[in-house]
Design a binder for this molecule. Structure first.
Ligand code: FAD
Length: 496
């Protein structure tokens, strides 16, 4: 069995590994980086266009990023943080567009982001949310309306055939975005493949991972299996990133690092209704989000979504969540069972006991008929016809289960980086807000795993070149935000 020595092993060829590879390559072009992907190409799992919703999550339309506390006060901090994190991605992509590495129109499009709610109670929530958010420079361009003329202008398809008995309220940010994360990943990897120290192995699975004993800096040994012919090889690396999406948890468990103790995963599948009527697709140009049902996980907030894929507009509604035992869309039905270990069983039981609403919700979703799904769509689009829509499978999300002293274990819907204390291994778990904040997430990996290098002026200068506001706060500095945003909106053709 051949053994190769490299500096950086990236397991998985999705948006996260691609982003980390570009950052590391720019920071230190001498690093030997190898990306290993088990499928035939990169970006065929969650990062693929139709496996996710392609929303450039900025907190403009997602009501779950501004929850109300027990006193009914709306909390906007998370929306501010997500907005600033998305601006970090926009800055990095803008720099790469200016350098000719990325082509903006190949992966990002201007699609207004809207929130729509019905009735007095949700209307009051939306109005209050709007008033709080628009006071902040990050959200200063948000608009609000209850006027039926304005609503008909913003979302004509949703207003056709709508009864005026129930008041509808909406907010809008005109320069929201639709991002094809699959196309973005492929553009990033195409750039990496032109670099001498980067290699990509596709149809190759990392089947085992172990820490090599020895003095000094820790190294990792990964066993690789070529899926086409069964050939095996090993790779040794001083840094490993598990950007394997749903495949990250099993490898993290194998790594044996104490930081992985207690982690488990709960997979939730997704489905969309996809519109096949070109006339309808042409009458909607927005991502319209609403409130989630009771017990629904935050990523199942329904939305009627314009997508731009390879220059073609598409229209989707969903996602409908479902129960699955697979951690990857192309994974095994034994994934969930195999992830149960002595080290995480307590967390799994604790999380199970305290999320009965979610369990009930998922069971209800699984047994929905096409007619029931259409009823949910008609809340958005009163005149929707069954014949215009078909059901398609989206990607899987593995929600994080982790230790919690009060309830043994808890289920989390965010993204988390689990890293070894010595910084030689990091894994990305969870899926929300996901690909939109990939640059910020990978900067966090660098902070955790390359802390000394991140302090050097050479690395700081490179990061500043890539992300002009690196090290500064877009939340606290309105003048900086203004400069950064005018640049990203114009470079990425989002200004309108
Ligand atoms: C239904 C749905 C809707 C979403 N909507 C949005 C959205 O609107 N906006 C947003 O920003 N994010 C969204 N997300 C989240 C986003 O898609 C993910 O956060 C992002 O794609 C994750 O990228 P990744 O690189 O971590 O994983 P992936 O793209 O899944 O890549 C992981 C790769 O690792 C490979 N792999 C796994 N195990 C191994 C192994 N052992 N050896 C080799 N290769 C391996 C897999 O084949 C896969 O290609 C959504 C996700 C879903 C499921």
């Amino acid at each position: 069995m051949a053994t190769s020595d490299i500096d950086v092993l990236l397991v998985g060829g999705g948006i996260m590994s691609a982003t980390l590879a570009v950052l590391l390559h720019r920071l230190d072009p001498t690093l030997h980086i190898c990306m290993v992907e088990q499928l035939a190409d990169v970006a065929l799992e969650s990062s693929d266009a139709l496996n996710n919703a392609g929303t450039g999550h900025a907190g403009y339309c997602e009501l779950n990023y501004t929850p109300a506390n027990r006193q009914g006060e709306i909390q906007i901090r998370r929306a501010l943080e997500i907005n600033a994190a998305f601006e970090t991605s926009l800055q990095c992509w803008s720099t790469l567009v200016k350098e000719g590495i990325l082509q903006a129109d190949g992966f990002i499009q201007r699609v207004p982001h809207m929130s729509a709610v019905w009735g007095a109670q949700d209307g009051a929530f939306l109005r209050k949310r709007y008033e709080l958010l628009r006071q902040h420079p990050l959200f200063a361009d948000m608009q609000w309306t209850q006027s039926s003329d304005t609503l008909a202008d913003w979302m004509p398809l949703m207003m056709t055939g709508r009864s005026t008995d129930v008041t509808m309220s909406a907010t809008r940010v005109a320069y929201g975005s639709d991002v094809n994360f699959g196309a973005l990943t492929r553009q990033l990897v195409a750039y990496l493949q032109k670099q001498p120290n980067f290699s990509l192995l596709t149809q190759t699975k990392v089947s085992a991972l172990k820490s090599l004993a020895g003095r000094g800096q820790r190294r990792w040994q990964a066993k690789l299996q070529q899926l086409a012919n069964g050939e095996k090889q090993t790779l040794q690396a001083s840094f490993v990133f598990l950007g394997a999406g749903g495949g990250a948890l099993p490898l993290l468990q194998q790594s044996g690092i104490p930081e992985a103790y207690g982690y488990g995963g709960f997979p939730v599948s997704g489905q969309w209704l996809i519109c096949q009527n070109a006339a309808l697709i042409g009458r909607h140009h927005a991502k319209v989000y609403s409130q989630a049902a009771v017990g629904a996980p935050p990523m199942s907030v329904p939305h009627l979504d314009t997508r731009m894929i390879q220059g073609q507009a598409a229209l989707m509604f969903g996602p409908y969540a479902g129960f699955t035992t697979r951690f990857l869309k192309q994974g095994s039905r034994f994934d969930l069972a195999k992830s149960v270990k002595l080290k995480n069983i307590k967390s799994l039981l604790g999380a199970g006991r305290h999320n009965l609403d979610l369990t009930k919700y998922l069971i209800k979703e699984v047994f929905q008929t096409h007619t029931q799904r259409m009823q949910a769509l008609r809340v958005f689009m009163p005149e929707a016809q069954e014949a215009d829509w078909h059901l398609a499978h989206a990607g899987q999300r593995v929600q994080i289960i982790k230790r919690c002293h009060q309830h043994w274990g808890k289920l989390e819907f965010g993204t988390e980086i689990v890293a070894s204390e010595d910084g030689s291994l990091a894994a990305l778990l969870g899926a929300s807000p996901g690909a939109s904040v990939s640059v910020k997430a990978m900067l966090d990996v660098l902070q955790r795993c390359f802390a000394p290098q991140m302090q050097t002026s050479a690395w700081k200068t490179t990061l500043k070149e890539l992300i002009p506001a690196y090290g500064e706060s877009l939340i606290d500095d309105a003048a900086l935000l203004h400069r950064v945003r005018s640049n990203t909106l114009s470079t990425l053709n989002l200004a309108g």
